[in-house]
Design a protein around this ligand. Structure first.
Ligand code: DAH
Length: 358
């Protein structure tokens, strides 16, 4: 307790006057407390009213001006006022905090009834869709997907497929070479045949080999430097040309429709003997002849043939015991025929106006 100098008679103050003054401070403090509009203002109020140099505390300095017997009485009164104001302060603080929280929640309110933002759903590229259609059909006929590399050696891409160095047949494949001599980007999926045979020999084989191929070509409406192929290979005993025709016809009917006519044309590939290309009746003109089928009524969809004995041997199979058929088709070509797409460059030019149609 701080002691104060004892007042002289002249300075003595009347207790009732001091109480009046204290009551007035009390009343006024209650009013300003009500006016405090934020927790910040409330803290300021607390400091200025109940703090060490606050208005109520300052009243204790006047105790010394009272006659001694009145002093405890006034001291008690100050404490009562302090307690009452402290209680009022706590009450106000609680109310203000609730008010502020409510205001904040109202300001940051989420309207959960608003419609959500549309989620952009991706979709499969038309080439992927066509690939999956192809996998499904071949899968139903017992063919497994066999993945093989896009970067190949000259040996696998050409030599083991019965295309020796300097053979004119190499002109059928314009090739991208890497800086490593003998390492190239595969020009077709056919080298996968050798990989599959060497892995499975002497077991029978039924696989399709899908994947990207690369050719050093002038890019035009009909040819791209990269495109997919799906190779097919069946190896076993007693596999004949009739199996090849029946299987490929079954594929064409499921891909293009039950009534779609097909035909085989003799052709040459170094890795098959005999070799044939397969045409389907033009899907656009129904065989009548149009610009797309060059007025022939037919569209070529794949190359095929009976696996050449040399290729069988390179895969580890004895051509006296085993035979097989193989084919290679272009899914982008097939998609173009199926959907009437007139330019192959759409596939890799990433134009949404094209892609969103599928
Ligand atoms: N590899 C050939 C090409 O890219 C396509 C092909 C033709 C694959 C005949 C075959 C086949 O398996 O038997 O032009």
């Amino acid at each position: 307790m701080v002691s104060f100098p004892v007042a002289t008679d002249k300075e003595r103050v009347d207790l009732s006057k001091m109480r009046e003054q204290l009551d007035e401070i009390y009343e006024q403090s209650l009013r300003t407390l009500e006016e405090a509009g934020s927790t910040d203002e409330l803290e300021t109020w607390h400091r200025e009213t109940l703090g060490r140099k606050g208005s109520v505390q300052l009243q204790t300095r006047h105790i010394g001006q009272l006659v001694p017997e009145e002093r405890p009485h006034f001291g008690r009164r100050i404490n009562e006022v302090k307690q009452a104001l402290e209680d009022a302060y706590q009450e106000r603080a609680t109310a203000l905090r609730a008010q502020e929280l409510e205001a904040q929640m109202a300001a940051e309110a989420l309207d959960v009834t608003l419609p959500g933002r549309r989620a952009w759903r991706g979709r499969l590229h038309p080439a992927s869709q066509t690939l999956r259609d192809i996998y499904r059909i071949w899968g139903d006929m017992g063919f497994q997907v066999y993945r093989s590399r896009e970067v190949e050696t000259d040996e696998y891409n050409f030599e083991l497929l019965n295309i020796p160095q300097h053979h004119p047949a190499r002109d059928m494949w314009d090739t991208f070479h890497t800086m490593t001599p003998g390492v190239i980007l595969r020009t077709h999926t056919s080298p996968g045949q050798i990989h599959a045979m060497r892995q499975y020999c002497p077991e029978p084989i039924r696989v399709i080999l899908p994947g990207m191929c690369y050719r050093y070509e002038q890019i035009t409406a009909r040819s791209e430097i990269q495109f997919h192929q799906v190779e097919g290979l069946a190896v076993g005993k007693n596999i004949t040309m009739a199996d090849l025709k029946g299987t490929l016809n079954a594929f064409a009917r499921r891909m293009f429709g039950e009534d779609r006519a097909t035909r085989f044309r003799a052709n040459y590939f170094p890795f098959t003997e005999p070799s044939a290309e397969m045409d389907v009746e033009c899907v656009l003109c129904e065989g009548a002849g149009c610009q797309v089928c060059k007025y022939t009524g037919w569209l070529e969809i794949l190359g095929s043939g009976m696996v050449h004995p040399t290729v069988l041997r390179n895969g580890g199979y004895d051509p006296e015991v085993y035979s097989g058929f193989a084919f290679g088709m272009g899914p982008e070509r097939i998609a173009m025929l199926k959907y009437g797409i007139d330019d192959i460059r759409y596939f890799w030019s990433n134009d949404l106006r094209f892609l969103e149609q599928f």
